[in-house]
Ligand binder design. Structure first.
Ligand SMILES: NC(=O)c1ccc[n+]([C@@H]2O[C@H](COP(=O)([O-])OP(=O)(O)OC[C@H]3O[C@@H](n4cnc5c(N)ncnc54)[C@H](OP(=O)(O)O)[C@@H]3O)[C@@H](O)[C@H]2O)c1
Length: 331
């Protein structure tokens, strides 16, 4: 059995999802020879630390009832710096202005030779090359499947399952909030504002939806694809972006009469990175409804390969993190 000592830095929806899947999948992990031992957890104010492994069930309960993870007044950054462990799960909030705590946490982890698995796209959309270099210098493994498309595999699909293929283009729907709003506008012939309000009520959209509806979230994911799959050194400023706020029910109806839907499509290849509303034939693989995500990879050997799945959610995102963890340590 291989024991991997790990920390979870950021204990919101995704961090808690990771704790839950570690509890639920304990037997499965043991069967594949892996013992992931969480030695520290941090949220924005507190930490729980135990070198023999913290009690995940108790910490989940404390976070839900008291709003904090533990008694210690230690920051995530201090944990990464000072506590002996191999793997950092970085699940703090996305910040695309400075890279936020996530950027500092990842650089600190690499400085100490720790591996990193993250769902935080901010640092990767801002400082991809710097992070790769730091990971290289620390001899650290760095995986981030969860940053693009949540549970839907895209990066590992391109890098592992389609290894040997040259990927010539990637396009798809990478934001569930926009897809939900557009799908509902089409179904109800209702205006954008009304369907945004519905999405907010049902928890599909944030109180401040700017990031999603203006296409910025999709742009960050396209940047990660551009850098990881096409070897670019792009930031979100290199993306041409149009959001969905100006789309009218009339435009959707006109499209529908001609056999099309309108979707917010992100597209990347080695000469451009683009995000904007596009007409998609109703029977096209990219025409998925609700809050689903979809990605179509154009390849030289396999032709088009399309995957669809849930782009967000606590357990769904944790699933992508878990698969990265397993693939690092099973090797
Ligand atoms: N939710 C999803 O479905 C999803 C999907 C894909 C990717 N992501 C990405 O995954 C990351 C986490 O998302 P989330 O939904 O879990 O966010 P969240 O619910 O807002 O949780 C963020 C967590 O980070 C903690 N935190 C903030 N600053 C910190 C710091 N400096 N040090 C340590 N912890 C800190 C917060 O502490 P408090 O609890 O004390 O506030 C909270 O526990 C984000 O980057 C997000 O973009 C999320």
């Amino acid at each position: 059995m291989k024991t991997v000592r790990m920390s979870i830095i950021g204990f919101g929806a995704v961090g808690q999802g990771v704790a839950r899947v570690l509890i639920d999948k304990k037997e499965y992990l043991e069967a594949v020879g892996l013992d992931f031992r969480v030695v520290a957890i941090a949220d924005s104010r507190t930490a729980a630390i135990d070198k023999n492994g913290v009690d995940l069930t108790a910490i989940l309960y404390r976070k839900q009832t008291e709003g904090i993870v533990g008694p210690e007044k230690v920051t995530g950054l201090e944990i990464i710096k000072e506590i002996d462990h191999e793997l950092v799960i970085e699940t703090t909030p996305t910040d695309i202005v400075t890279g936020g705590a996530g950027l500092e946490n990842m650089l600190m982890a690499f400085k100490h030779g720790r591996d990193v698995v993250t769902s935080n796209k901010g640092p990767l959309a801002m400082k991809y090359a710097e992070l790769m270099e730091a990971a290289d210098e620390g001899d650290s493994r760095f995986r981030f499947e969860a940053t693009v498309g949540g549970a839907m595999p895209v990066l590992n699909l391109a890098k592992d399952a389609l290894a040997g293929n040259t990927i010539t283009n990637v396009e798809g729907i990478f934001n569930g909030t926009c897809n939900y709003i557009l799908s509902r506008m089409m179904e109800e012939h209702a205006p954008y504002d009304q369907m945004l309000a519905e999405a907010q009520e049902l928890g599909f959209a944030e109180t401040d939806p700017t990031y999603d509806v203006e296409g910025i979230d999709t742009a960050c994911k396209m940047v990660i694809l551009a850098n990881c799959i096409f070897g670019m050194n792009a930031t979100h400023e290199d993306v041409t972006v149009t959001g969905i706020t100006k789309i009218t029910p009339e435009a959707l109806l006109l499209a529908q009469n001609d056999g099309y839907v309108i979707k917010l499509i992100g597209e990347v290849n080695d000469s451009m990175i683009n995000v904007g509303p596009k007409l998609v034939p109703v029977d096209h693989p990219l025409a998925v409804g609700g809050s689903l995500n979809v990605a179509s990879l154009q390849t030289d050997l396999s032709g088009p390969v399309t995957v669809t799945g849930r782009g967000a959610g606590s357990i769904e995102t944790a699933s992508a993190i878990l698969s990265d963890m397993i693939s690092i340590y099973r090797e």
